[in-house]
Write a protein that binds this ligand. Structure first.
Ligand SMILES: Nc1ncnc2c1ncn2[C@@H]1O[C@H](COP(=O)(O)OP(=O)(O)OP(=O)(O)O)[C@@H](O)[C@H]1O
Length: 300
């Protein structure tokens, strides 16, 4: 296994850390009699500052979702620490998690399954507000605000999720995450179930919301193009480890780790001719950048 690479001067977020994960190990119980536990994350460390987006990229099974779930308290912390706003939340119990949900929210990949099909959009959006003890009037006001924020009309309130397209449903899911004005949203492949045009619109929405509210994102995706578009910094996962981390423009244009380079060259586009052209362009770009930077080597 290659050693991890951190591009000099970019290993930490700007300003104070909102989220700091230190040497996190997550092991899932093994299956069957006397089975060994499976180590899904091995000594993973990341930092995210207020208002910042860290893109987390890697192939299927590399551990991206597990890291997001660990931050949300949905995966077991075997070793290491997860600090949110300076508070250790790695082993937070139910009541602390409920309090945390004001500041820490999630948007999942699949808007078709993440929204309760029997609830109206109004009820879906006001649920987190009533759980936090908001009055009905306050909840109604906030629901109207978040619908505006995600670009959905006010008459959405009385309708059911099935009446909407995938992109609109994902806007509802984003509105639900925003309802409590969180500081951080874990976004787990939030655009991968959408067609390319809708993806671009929803990514723009995420960025607009960040500009307006200062929310930070841990943005999980297998797609380097998506991650490059939305992230300030990018961390690359491979077999449960972070192998490279740095500014988005650097990691996605001048990758230092061979795995990142492979990921970059393999990143698919629907049209095979464009795919070939893109591979060629990227190869050239990587080689040119290497030459410019004196052929900065790949750490082994
Ligand atoms: N609840 C679980 N119990 C046992 N093993 C699990 C569990 N959840 C995930 N794993 C394993 O942990 C590893 C990392 O999975 P994870 O879902 O975090 O990867 P990922 O990078 O998000 O993949 P994908 O992009 O396919 O979602 C995989 O080998 C997976 O099979």
């Amino acid at each position: 296994m290659n050693a991890s690479v951190t591009i000099a001067g970019t290993s930490s977020s700007t300003g104070d850390d909102l989220l700091r994960v230190d040497n996190l190990v997550v092991e899932y119980p093994g299956k069957g009699f006397r089975a060994q536990p499976f180590r899904a994350l091995d000594n993973v460390s990341i930092r995210i500052g207020a208002g910042e987006t860290l893109g987390l990229v890697g192939e299927s099974g590399s551990g991206k979702t597990t890291l997001g779930r660990a931050v949300l308290g949905l995966a077991p912390v075997t070793e290491g620490a997860i600090l949110f706003d300076g508070d250790d939340i790695g082993h937070a119990g139910r009541s602390k998690r409920r309090a945390l949900s004001r500041d820490l929210q999630v948007v999942f990949q699949d808007p078709y399954t993440s929204l309760n099909p029997s609830m109206t959009v109004g009820d879906i959006l006001s649920e987190p507000l009533s759980v936090q003890g908001k009055s009905r009037a306050d909840a109604r006001r906030r629901v109207r605000e978040v619908l505006d924020q995600v670009g959905l009309p006010q008459d959405t309130i009385g309708r059911l999720p099935r009446e909407f397209s995938g992109g609109q449903r994902q806007r509802v899911a984003i509105a639900r995450a925003l309802a409590l004005s969180p500081k951080l949203i874990v976004c787990d492949e939030p655009v991968s179930a959408l067609d390319l045009t809708t993806q671009a619109r929803v990514l723009d929405l995420f960025m607009q919301i960040q500009r307006d509210t200062g929310v930070a994102y841990l943005f999980v995706s297998h797609d380097l193009d998506v991650v490059r578009h939305i992230s300030h910094r990018v961390a690359v996962m491979y077999h449960g480890e972070i192998v490279e981390e740095g500014l988005a423009a650097q990691v996605t244009v001048t990758p230092q780790h061979p795995y990142t380079e492979r990921l970059l060259l393999a990143s698919p586009v629907p049209d095979p001719d464009r795919q070939q052209q893109r591979r060629t362009d990227r190869r050239r770009l990587i080689d040119e950048q290497r030459e410019l930077t004196g052929g900065a080597g790949v750490a082994a």
